[in-house]
Ligand binder design. Structure first.
Ligand SMILES: Cc1cc2nc3c(=O)[nH]c(=O)nc-3n(C[C@H](O)[C@H](O)[C@H](O)COP(=O)(O)OP(=O)(O)OC[C@H]3O[C@@H](n4cnc5c(N)ncnc54)[C@H](O)[C@@H]3O)c2cc1C
Ligand code: FES
Length: 350
């Protein structure tokens, strides 16, 4: 005899009790962190860091996995009845309630920085990412720009109390002193832990950091070749740090917060979604994922940056080009919808 499905029976019985609400949603009325499909977080505090950057502290519900310093999590918010997701690095130290520090930029970051307050609900996925500390590195160099300080702040808050003698140089580029997120806390940490040497670089005063062999970075950190290098920030900045590390025979550990896009060689393109019998027009600056979202279609995605592989979909024929490198790929098989666009046409098994 088939065993009764206990979970289904309990859900059915709960459904009778909580009608007309879904039982999972019903219990959230009493406990906003009760888990439905996704782990939830409730915002406990919002701190304005600069004119366009805020930190949101939140308490997490069932299913949350504590982060390792430097990791990011996908955060979902409801905007106009739709749940939108973006990756954000966790800025809190390991072992503490998580926080994210968000710079106002577009749709989701605008909502998080201006519409979110204590009591607001966030949807959460488990922290992930490889931008984490190498425990064996005796000398470390962090090179960050703008909001790229966020995962590094988690690392500094975790590392310095744990290993007070750790030799760390932080080169932190921001536009002005007012734009320098966590500036005061970094100075306080440096007072407390002499192994930490912060070097603030204000582009308003000094121009952009020169990564050349005789440029600013070697002058600021003469022993850079002895250090484990970590870089975080916008794509173009991180790419320069990668090249800098490579010219001295090293390899930087990097995290990019955005994608520097190439102008498409193919112009506007088309994607045929074979299973739905729909053709999507893709603008020259768009990824396939963005074109789908613009036309109201949800596709699976994680980092939106070519890191996590959550957005892989089968291409049946045609060709796609990488929005970052311009590289064209025409072999049928899995492609990343977050970082490709049709070149100029492709069909997907979707
Ligand atoms: C691993 C990781 C960690 C991150 N951590 C942080 C963090 O700690 N703090 C933080 O502030 N951010 C972080 N980010 C960036 C963050 O995920 C979002 O990308 C950012 O907040 C912008 O999202 P948005 O919805 O506000 O903007 P969107 O509305 O998605 O727009 C983002 C940018 O892309 C441009 N854009 C959007 N669509 C198109 C298009 N079709 N064509 C051309 N340009 C377009 C917009 O002009 C805008 O400048 C992280 C990203 C990654 C990958
Ligand atoms: S969403 Fe992460 S690789 Fe595409």
């Amino acid at each position: 005899m088939a065993r009764p499905n206990v979970r289904r029976i309990i859900n059915f019985a709960l459904g009778q009790l909580t009608y007309p609400h879904d039982p999972r949603e019903f219990f959230q009325v009493f406990n906003p962190l009760a888990s439905a499909q996704y782990t939830r977080g409730v915002v406990t505090r919002v701190v304005r860091e600069t004119d366009d950057v805020s930190t949101l502290f939140f308490r997490t519900g069932e299913g949350w996995v504590p982060h390792v310093a430097g990791q990011w999590a996908r955060i979902g918010v409801e905007i106009d009845g739709k749940r939108l997701w973006r990756p954000y690095s966790i800025s809190a130290a390991e072992g503490q309630d998580p926080s994210i520090t968000v710079k106002r930029n577009g749709r989701v970051s605008g909502h998080l920085t201006s519409q979110t307050e204590p009591g607001s609900i966030l949807y959460l996925e488990k922290p992930s990412g490889q931008f984490v500390l190498d425990e064996k590195a005796s000398k470390v160099l962090f090179v960050v720009a703008g909001s790229g300080i966020t995962p590094v702040m988690s690392m500094l808050r975790t590392l310095m109390p744990r290993r007070p003698e750790q030799d760390v140089v932080l080169v932190y580029s921001s536009r002005s002193a007012e734009d320098c997120i966590f500036g005061e806390e970094i100075l306080e940490l440096a007072d407390q832990f002499p192994g930490l040497q912060p070097k603030f670089w204000l582009t308003e005063d000094f121009g952009r950091l020169d990564f050349g062999a005789d440029g600013d970075l070697p002058a600021l950190v003469p022993d850079y070749h002895e250090r484990r290098i970590y870089a975080c920030g916008p794509d173009s900045f991180v790419t320069q740090v990668e090249a800098f590390a490579a010219q001295s025979g090293g390899r930087a550990v990097v995290e990019r917060f955005d994608t520097a896009r190439r102008t498409s060689k193919s112009g506007r393109g088309e994607v045929f979604l074979a299973a739905s019998d729909v053709t999507l027009e893709v603008e020259p600056a768009e990824s396939i994922l963005e074109a789908a979202e613009r036309t109201g279609r949800e596709l699976p995605h994680g980092c939106r940056m070519g890191i996590c592989q959550t957005c892989l979909q089968p291409m049946l024929d045609g060709a796609v080009e990488n929005i970052r490198t311009g590289e064209v790929h025409s072999e049928p098989g899995l492609i990343q919808t977050c970082s490709t666009r049709p070149a100029p046409a492709a069909s997907l098994d979707l």
